[in-house]
Write a protein that binds this ligand. Structure first.
Ligand code: SF4
Length: 208
């Protein structure tokens, strides 16, 4: 058996960190708390996913919370109208870190059939950072479950050592967009771009 004193300190630290990460990420990914809200037809499929047939409770996330303060997952399910964007950003800002966003369906991801319509934005990822995209119009409950599993993979790949929410510098809130020709305040455009950039978003598409 190796003498513990011969094990380099850095390795000892890494083993400890790996165990902490495993436990921390396993707990988080098995008890996500989605927010209770839907925007359009995709929301029907999301509700269906939470019902008995698809059994979201096996992932520990069957209770959808009506308050953003109690949620760590925002599922944007449906058409995002310009009037709705400020509310969505406000809800996102009110969620505590760590928090995740799943963009469900063609509308939430890029405007869908209403793309470039006078009242619809071309994707919620222009306003809040998106972690997983689930394609479809609407995506099936199975597709949403696949997206959730992809999110679990992402959560499990994170390390408490470098996640942004434990850094000294605060992330700051995203500027609430204002309704108008450009939807958001032009002088905060740079802030919005910086805060909504999240590395490696995942597209929940089955690989052939
Ligand atoms: S993607 Fe299709 S199903 Fe989903 S909200 Fe848009 S139009 Fe409705």
């Amino acid at each position: 058996m190796a003498n513990e004193q011969n094990v380099p300190e850095e390795l000892n630290r890494n083993v400890l960190m790996t165990s902490v990460d495993f436990l921390y990420n396993w707990s988080r990914s098995n008890s996500m708390w989605p927010m209770l809200f839907g925007l359009a037809c995709c929301a029907i499929e999301m509700i269906c996913t939470a019902a008995g047939r698809y059994d979201l409770s096996r992932f520990g996330m069957e209770v959808m919370r009506p308050s953003p303060r109690q949620c760590d997952l925002m599922i944007v399910s449906g058409t995002v109208t310009k009037k709705m964007v400020p509310t969505i950003v406000r809800l996102y800002n009110q969620m505590p870190e760590p928090r995740y966003v799943l963009s469900m369906g063609a509308c939430a991801t890029g405007g869908g059939p209403f793309k470039e319509g006078y009242n619809v934005v071309s994707g919620i990822d222009k306003f809040v950072p998106v972690d997983v995209y689930v394609p479809g119009c609407p995506p099936t409950p199975e597709a949403l479950l696949y997206g959730i599993l992809k999110l679990h993979e992402k959560v499990k790949s994170q390390s408490v050592g470098n996640v942004p929410w434990y850094r000294k510098e605060t992330q700051g809130s995203i500027a609430i967009p204002e309704l108008g020709p450009d939807i958001f305040l032009p002088d905060r455009a740079e802030d919005i771009r910086r805060l909504t950039m999240r590395p490696e978003p995942v597209a929940a598409v089955e690989e052939n």
